[in-house]
Design a protein around this ligand. Structure first.
Ligand SMILES: [Zn+2]
Length: 487
């Protein structure tokens, strides 16, 4: 059956190639890149700054597994790209795009939130930038094409329009295809990128409505999609070619770019219960015959570090269960490593069909542990409540009601220690406890507190998965203060 398809597909590919290459004649790839560069004024372009407004959408942060990536409004957006370095600085002001707020990161955007992202040449993120730029701008696409040694040209029709397609192997080893229109202007780029949760996913950008800005033709409407849903929809109003870029690293930088083994220090919470720090917080619980981990964390690396520390603290036992708070990719990116370990994933029931579907995707661009040794995932699901116990150790899992951040959110409660483990409901400040009611109360925090009250949980200490820097203790009184119920 599979063979039949391959034969049929190959035949169709040959047929379309024969038809279209016959119609347009063969073009020299290098000459075509030159023509396409000239068409948009890219030949002497070293830097470009563009500004506008629109929407961005955060991949992996949907309010439920079945929804598109949640939207934020880019009230203002300016990005300068040094095409030669390469380097990039993006400055924007964002507001919440979903009403009521849904998904989209640790807390809803309240009011206007400025955001700056800098990637300097030679920084740890420079390789990611190189990869991103292939689909981000027509000029960087053409530069990548010019640098590739396997560029090919063919003609192809799409939606009734004829294009000349430039294809080559991109920096991540996936095929990149750029669609040039009859004026040799780049209208669309397609490739595949790695996402540690979704695997190989399509990434595509459409460049529309080119206008002239000082001799450079710039697309004034850019739409980027990843994994089938939009991640950026930008209307460009101003463009400055060859401005001095001066892109240098931010002093504090963003989240760690990974790489190298991570430290995973731990703290004993009580009898057979450990808190593992050094990344997103995780708990290791010593059950009679096995280990239970609460929260898989961001990625394979974090999972490896947590599993190693758990096995050190609780020797000679296997990791039988990993409890997953919710499907957001920063909380589910490490689950595949637990599946590879043979652990059963405990998650809210809406997540099971989603994980089963996406974990079957190929991971060829950046094969992870599970891709290297595939295993069928095992699940135990939670509807509203589940108690896990060996007669001594007890974990209670609850599904949060009316929690807009995520529909399938679980909290874990350790009744003996009066400890609550929660993700994205309450992210207290890193340095010192909240002592005053904040000027705006997060709806996520209010919902978490309301659920704790509804469930009549006797909480003393809270372990936020996004553990505050400095690893300070967070007590329940702080949650009450955060929702204006403090004494
Ligand atoms: Zn989340």
């Amino acid at each position: 059956m599979a063979k039949k398809w391959i034969v049929a597909i190959s035949f169709l590919t040959l047929l379309s190639w024969a038809v279209f290459s016959g119609a347009s004649g063969t073009q020299d790839p290098k000459a075509l890149i030159g023509t396409a560069s000239k068409a948009i004024g890219a030949e002497n372009l070293k830097t470009i700054e563009y500004s506008g407004s629109g929407s961005d959408y955060v991949i992996g942060q949907a309010g439920s597994p079945s929804l598109p990536w949640p939207r934020f409004i880019e009230k203002s957006y300016t990005r300068v790209v040094d095409l030669e370095a390469p380097a990039s600085r993006m400055q924007r002001v964002r507001t919440q795009g979903e009403n009521p707020p849904r998904g989209g990161g640790v807390q809803p955007v309240i009011g206007e939130r400025p955001d700056t992202q800098v990637i300097a040449a030679g920084s740890p993120q420079a390789a990611d930038l190189q990869e991103e730029l292939v689909t981000a701008l027509p000029y960087s696409f053409l530069r990548s094409a010019a640098a590739a040694n396997d560029v090919a040209v063919k003609s192809q029709s799409m939606n009734g329009k004829k294009y000349t397609v430039l294809s080559f192997t991109g920096p991540n080893k996936a095929m990149v295809r750029g669609f040039l229109n009859s004026e040799n202007m780049l209208e669309r780029v397609e490739t595949k990128i790695d996402n540690n949760v979704l695997g190989d996913i399509p990434a595509e950008t459409t460049f529309m409505d080119y206008k002239d800005f000082g001799g450079v033709k710039f697309p004034t409407h850019i739409v980027q999609k990843q994994g089938g849903y939009p991640v950026l929809d930008l209307t460009v109003t101003d463009v400055k070619p060859n401005v001095p870029a001066n892109i240098t690293s931010q002093a504090k930088g963003g989240p760690a770019a990974g790489g190298g083994p991570q430290a995973a220090p731990s703290e004993k919470l009580g009898d057979g219960a450990y808190l593992i720090l050094g990344g997103y917080a995780a708990l290791a619980l010593d059950f009679k015959d096995y280990i239970v981990i609460v929260e898989g964390g961001q990625n394979d690396q974090r999972s490896e570090a947590v599993m190693a520390e758990a096995k050190r603290l609780i020797p000679n036992k296997r990791i039988q269960y990993v409890i997953n708070t919710h499907h957001h990719f920063d909380h589910s990116g490490g689950l595949r490593a637990y599946v590879a370990e043979g652990a059963t994933v405990v998650t809210q029931q809406i997540n099971k069909p989603y994980y089963e579907k996406i974990w079957a995707n190929p991971h060829t661009i950046a094969p992870d542990k599970l891709a290297q040794s595939p295993k069928k995932p095992k699940f135990e699901t939670v509807a509203d409540k589940k108690v896990m116990t060996d007669g001594n150790q007890v974990i209670e899992l609850y599904h949060l009601q009316d929690f807009a951040h995520n529909d399938g959110m679980l909290i874990a409660y350790l009744p003996k220690l009066k400890i609550l483990v929660e993700a994205d409901g309450f992210n207290p400040p890193p340095n010192q406890p909240l002592t005053q009611k904040p000027s705006t109360i997060s709806p996520y925090t209010a919902s978490l507190e309301g659920n704790v009250e509804r469930l009549k949980l006797d909480v003393e200490r809270i372990i936020p998965i996004h553990y505050p820097a400095g690893d300070r203790k967070v007590m329940n009184a702080e949650l009450l203060t955060a929702v204006g119920k403090g004494s």
